[in-house]
Design a protein around this ligand. Structure first.
Ligand code: AMP
Ligand code: ZN
Length: 482
């Protein structure tokens, strides 16, 4: 199997060839844990997940590294604004570490519910300060830095290919308007490697360093941690498109400044070979943003009656490089589609004794699997892959056992929980029933509180007639089937 990936570096589709045969080193920028992930952020992690699942299914051994940003990320990616973690901690009256722990857990709770596989390595910025300092020392030794106003800066003019991936031109950057209010910067696009002069009083997290007591700039953590776990050169790096012009541009500059001998621009070793960027999920009102508030979380979709996998289905229905517009109507469409998908899989399972993997590759199912694989290998085209899954499920000529095995094989990438759904009998119906009963229990409790015992009894009796028994106990009311 050969994958073609759209590489932002060079903006072309390229055949994927790993540095080491059969192995893939992949780094995806992780969350800044000062708030819940919004559903736009989750789009980025679903892309990482599809990439990792597809590569593993194709036989690659993938090491997937993800950082947790718990220090140094300012509200503007260009060193401007408030420290996101400190601000959130102050607003909530908690310590920075408490905030980080809480939202890290919430993040993995969300990704778990969306069937996003946990990365091989999850690394926290605050636990890798020594690696960041060591990397900054290399950048400094190679002559790319200057100290101004107590902070250490990266001088972009020393790195001739600065901005190449983002298609920025050095002349434009130098001539550009001063966007930064940091007067210490020689060039507005220079960026901080290490802060000692904090803009924030009582900065909670500071460390000793050769440049004084302080804390790292945001970008350096990704370079330091990816190199620690994947080596100085690795295969794939991913993130949202917002990271192209600043964060990833700076990651490339500082990493390649560190790993290449000073002055050597001809035989320059690239740090990362393939860069993948997901387009944004947008709301009717425009971009969704964590720092400006007013965003939707996975929990808010669940509260409206949607399953996290309905949202996953919705995301897969768009290609990761196309902007996707979120609306409740389209989420409902995804929910309906997933429900009929599950119904079809149930129907297939009723016809087949057991999935027959051998037949999946030989009988009528094979052609669907092949086109499915082609779609996934073609820059991870999940919309086309979903269409193949549907084609297979609608094709009555395919032997059910073979079809079922092929469906499960496809779901190793899509991860819509199809195999797990079979283990439970008609899960959607069960869930609806449970939700309805919980609602009636709450209604009965309210009726009792209001001393409307006739209504409370009627609810209990009504459920009994449907074979549901209510049992009152000290912890509340539980229910069971007769
Ligand atoms: P953050 O936690 O803010 O660092 O963002 C986590 C990831 O989500 C990054 O890869 C961002 O590029 C990505 N991202 C942020 N907003 C959106 C959005 N509306 N749609 C898709 N991806 C996003
Ligand atoms: Zn990063």
């Amino acid at each position: 199997m050969a994958f073609t990936l759209f590489n932002t570096l060079g903006r072309t589709r390229q055949t994927f060839e790993p540095l080491q045969a059969g192995k893939v080193g992949f780094y995806g920028c992780g969350p800044t844990v000062y708030n819940y992930a919004h559903i736009g952020n989750l789009r980025a992690y679903v892309l990482h997940d599809i990439l990792v699942r597809a590569l593993r299914r194709a036989g690659f051994e993938v090491t997937h590294v993800m950082n947790i940003t718990d220090v140094g990320h300012l509200s503007g990616d260009n060193d401007e604004g408030d420290d996101k973690m400190v601000k959130s901690a102050e607003e909530r009256g908690k310590s920075v570490l408490e905030i980080a722990d809480f939202y890290t857990q919430a993040f993995f709770n969300d990704t778990g519910r969306m069937n996003i596989v946990r990365p091989t390595v999850v690394c926290k910025a605050t636990e890798h300060i020594a690696e960041m300092i060591a990397l900054i020392e290399r950048i400094e030794k190679n002559g790319f830095t200057y100290v101004a106003g107590g902070n250490l800066y990266f001088d972009i003019t020393k790195f001739p290919s600065y901005g190449e991936m983002a298609l920025l031109r050095m002349d434009d950057l130098k001539a550009g308007a001063r966007t930064s209010v940091d007067e210490n910067k020689r060039n507005p696009h220079d960026f901080v490697l290490w802060f000692t002069k904090s803009k924030f009083e009582n900065q909670a997290l500071v460390w000793d360093s050769p440049w004084g007591r302080g804390y790292p700039g945001w970008h350096i953590e990704c370079s330091a941690m990816s190199m620690k776990y994947l080596g100085e050169q690795f295969d794939i790096h991913a993130g949202g498109i917002d990271h192209i012009p600043i964060h990833h541009t700076n990651e490339i500059a500082q990493s390649e400044a560190a790993i290449n001998p000073p002055g050597d621009t001809t035989g320059k070793k690239p740090w990362v070979r393939y860069w993948l960027h997901n387009e944004f999920l947008v709301l009717d009102k425009g971009k969704m943003s964590k720092s400006t508030g007013g965003f939707l979380t996975l929990q808010s979709l669940i509260d409206e009656g949607y399953d996290p996998l309905d949202y996953r289905y919705f995301l897969l229905s768009g290609h990761y490089r196309s902007q996707l517009q979120f609306s409740w109507d389209s989420l409902q469409g995804a929910k309906n589609a997933r429900k009929s998908l599950l119904d079809k899989v149930h129907a297939l399972a009723d016809k087949a004794d057991a999935p027959d993997s051998a037949a999946a590759n030989s009988a009528g199912a094979a052609k669907y699997l092949e086109t499915f694989n082609t779609a996934i290998e073609d820059d991870l085209s999940t919309p086309r892959a979903l269409a193949e899954l549907w084609g297979l499920l609608r094709d009555n000529t395919v032997d059910p056992a073979a079809a079922l095995a092929a469906v499960f094989d496809m779901d190793r990438v899509l991860a819509l929980g199809l195999e797990a759904a079979l283990a439970e009998k008609k899960p959607a119906e069960d869930e609806n029933l449970a939700r309805e009963i919980e609602g009636l229990i709450a209604e009965r409790a309210a009726a009792k509180k209001a001393k409307d015992f006739a209504k409370a009894d009627a609810i209990r009796q009504g459920l009994k007639e449907r074979g549901i028994i209510l049992e009152d106990g000290p912890g509340g009311t539980a229910w069971r089937r007769l």
